[in-house]
Design a protein around this ligand. Structure first.
Ligand code: SF4
Length: 310
């Protein structure tokens, strides 16, 4: 199964069955904090990267295998899901097949486009993000494709959220010293005052990103900042790590046991073990963080090795 992962426990969504709709690290951004690694294809071009029938066929099969229904089907991936050009049909069909609400995680970059807005209106839950409303900081943190304009993202979010009738879980990721100063937070507050949100979820980088020196924000400071965004704001930093359940650990065990036998790239691991790339990339991040594996650069590739092998 190449495109379906989980169900995985998610504090934001409950038990979530993921559909990976994007080739590994195809994204309109190249965020310095990305847990999935550096963006390899930076693009704003939408495509049917995988046939719609293949994604739906896999979803149907996976649903027939799991004993208890998850809470939600989530369109995500190690990249930007709204780049999938048949997203509207995918949402409608995924809901029909599963009988479950469908959530979409997005970096908001394509929301200025009318066709993306129309398709996203099909979703039941949307998890958009915006880390800053300051142009220079946006370039420094999110490193967007040249066609992404911050003003059109903010205008697009405002327009879309006015029309969208489902649940909006809005994420802001804070990096100490990059988007936590007063001027930045004030601009963000002004932008947020234009959006309809059900919850504002504040996060920070809990794992290594794609550039050295990314600094997480302390819990004390996060609490202070969250209070600026009103009673609908909550801190979600760290909860994803805590939420790693039995299924996540089974993936960790499989990856570790293969890496004890031979060094592999993330693609090798994903292909050999049949684990979709977003899950593979996240588990690799956790294993590096806990010191169980290490990363080496060889030629063009990043190889991972179990430290027990040495
Ligand atoms: S964090 Fe999300 S938006 Fe940023 S580069 Fe990674 S996949 Fe793209």
């Amino acid at each position: 199964m190449k495109h379906i992962f989980g169900p995985v426990p998610s504090r934001r969504l409950g038990r979530s069955l993921g559909i990976d709709v994007i080739p590994y690290k195809t994204c309109s951004f190249d965020c310095v904090y990305c847990e999935c690694g550096a963006t390899t294809t930076k693009t704003c071009e939408r495509e049917e990267f995988f046939p719609l029938s293949e994604l739906l066929g896999e979803l149907d099969k996976r649903l027939s295998e799991i004993p208890s229904k998850p809470d939600v089907v989530t369109l995500s991936g190690a990249g930007e899901p709204t780049l999938y050009s048949r997203m509207g049909e995918l949402i409608t069909e995924a809901r029909r097949i599963s009988g479950l609400p469908v959530a979409v995680i997005t970096n908001s970059s394509l929301l200025g486009r009318p066709e993306v807005e129309e398709e996203l209106l099909e979703a039941d839950i949307i998890l958009p993000s915006l880390d800053t409303a300051d142009g220079e900081t946006f370039q420094r943190i999110n490193r967007p494709h040249p066609m992404c304009s911050l003003d059109s993202i903010i205008d697009g979010l405002e327009r879309f959220l006015k029309r969208f009738e489902g649940t909006v879980l809005f994420e802001i990721l804070l990096l100490d010293g990059m988007n936590t100063d007063d001027a930045n937070l004030e601009k963000l507050e002004n932008a947020l005052s234009r959006f309809r949100t059900d919850r504002i979820q504040i996060n920070t980088a809990v794992r290594p990103g794609t550039v050295p020196g990314i600094a997480p924000v302390t819990m004390e400071k996060l609490t202070r900042i969250a209070s600026r965004f009103g009673p609908g704001a909550e801190i979600i930093a760290g909860t994803r790590v805590e939420a790693a359940g039995r299924e996540d650990r089974a993936i960790e065990d499989k990856i570790l046991s293969l890496l004890k036998r031979r060094p592999c790239t993330a693609n090798d691991l994903s292909d050999s073990l049949g684990i979709p790339m977003p899950e593979t990339a996240k588990v690799i991040g956790r294993l590096i963080e806990s010191g169980l594996i290490r990363e080496d650069l060889h030629g063009q590739g990043r190889f991972y090795t179990s430290v027990e092998r040495e």
